[in-house]
Design a protein around this ligand. Structure first.
Ligand SMILES: Cc1ncc(COP(=O)(O)O)c(C=O)c1O
Length: 405
């Protein structure tokens, strides 16, 4: 079979694969604890559901414009004004099938083969593959000081004449680190100075803790014109617990949005009318579900930190936001894929290997589940990994016996 060179370079989405593994094990009645997931468990906002039902009951669900319905674009314009104090026009906005598609289409619009795209590590698993899908070259940058907080010098050092774009995701999947205002100001300045696109993946920007406030990249932009190469990505998946609705968006200069819309029009056409209408409900509706999700996640983060701090040898940095914790498990094995596989096999706890995010020896643990999932999940991991654990562990009435060291 003949497969293209680009397609051959693309790996599967490990996180989606893990969801599948967890679902298969659960269907077999296995007592799985899924600490690998990337979606909140709360219900979608009522305003989203009401809008979706109203449209479905009308029986008239049609094609939409390739860049999104006027109503959704208006909602995104208002959102941008509310959260970024930035007044944009409909021509600055494109809605997509999730933030993922918005980022992908943006890359297809700006990248030529051999172009380089820089992003700090640890990074979201899809960035390198998306860059490769464009025939371009991913350039991950590990902070030299060993933290999850990139420094501008680390980034500037890898800028070459091939660099086309920088992607910043803060707060960050998988580390939960929210980069400082100073860093955001510096990266905006660097990209303006070097003529680079700056893709701000703000998908988690409202899910932050400890009294932190979302950082607005536009505050630091000198270029407020239609020449600006700043692209802001967002969506309803995480903040409104609407992952299955698949609605995200990009806000950028009009020319770029026009080109992105052309691409999207041939790729998928506009996103589903039904789901865009639901997203309008979420964005324009009562916002209390976002705060309630944020509070739950902050509490879950605290529980996860307590559990991990009491786990011998594990080093965990307190996340500033998101629903992930990226902990250093090197003391229990340098190969994170092997370690994650071991934990599924022995104690049915699903985690995501750090190597997928560009940092070997770490595991990403999700805090989207219940407090019980977090405590019991980490307890099981401790039992499996700590050689001083008792020989037996009960999961419900199932007895596990250690047959490994
Ligand atoms: C950093 C980051 N960006 C984008 C996305 C994609 O979001 P969506 O579900 O809207 O496509 C995710 C989803 O996991 C993510 O973690």
């Amino acid at each position: 079979m003949s497969i293209s060179l680009i397609a051959r370079s693309i790996g599967e989405s490990v996180t989606l694969k893990l969801n599948e593994t967890a679902a298969i094990l659960r269907a077999k009645g296995e007592p799985v604890i899924h600490l690998g997931g990337g979606e909140p468990k709360s219900k979608s906002p009522i305003d989203a559901l009401v809008n979706a039902s109203a449209l479905i009951n009308s029986g008239e669900i049609r094609y939409t414009p390739a860049d999104g319905t006027p109503a959704l674009k208006q909602a995104i314009i208002r959102y941008t004004d509310d959260f970024y104090r930035r007044k944009v026009e409909p021509e600055n906005v494109m809605a997509s099938g999730g933030a993922k598609q918005a980022i992908m289409v943006c890359m297809q619009a700006i990248l030529d083969p051999q172009d380089e795209v820089i992003f700090p590590a640890p990074y979201w698993v899809s960035y390198p593959e998306m860059v490769r899908l464009c025939g371009a070259v991913p350039v991950p940058v590990l902070p030299e000081d060993g933290t999850f907080y990139p420094r501008i010098a680390d980034i500037e050092q890898v800028v070459t004449s091939y660099t086309k774009a920088v992607i910043i995701n803060s707060p960050n999947n998988p580390s939960g680190a929210m980069y400082s205002e100073q860093f955001i100001a510096e990266i905006v300045e660097l990209c303006e100075r070097r003529g680079l696109y700056l893709i701000m993946d703000d998908i988690y920007h409202r899910l932050i803790f400890d009294g932190l406030r979302p950082i607005n990249c536009y505050d630091y932009a000198k270029d407020k014109t239609e020449n600006s190469r700043l692209v802001v990505i967002n969506g309803v998946s995480k903040q409104y617990a609407m992952t299955g609705f698949r609605i995200g968006w990009a806000v950028a200069n009009k020319k770029l949005i026009e080109v992105m819309t052309n691409i999207q029009s041939h790729q998928t056409s506009g996103p589903s009318a039904l789901l865009q209408h639901a997203a309008v409900g979420a964005i324009n509706g009562v916002q209390s579900s976002v705060e309630s999700l944020r509070l739950t996640l902050e509490n879950n983060r605290n529980v996860m930190m307590e559990q991990l701090n009491a786990f011998d040898g594990v080093r965990a940095t307190k996340p500033d936001g998101t629903f992930y914790c990226f902990a250093d498990f090197k003391v229990y094995g340098k190969d994170s894929t092997k370690l994650a596989r071991f934990l599924v096999d022995k104690v049915r706890v699903v985690t995501v290997p750090g190597v997928e995010f560009g940092m070997e020896g770490y595991l990403r643990l999700s805090t989207c589940g219940s407090v019980k999932d977090i405590t019991e999940g980490v307890e099981r991991m401790k039992w499996a990994l700590d050689p001083n654990s008792p020989n037996e562990l009960y999961i419900g009435d199932r007895k596990l016996v250690r047959d490994w060291r």
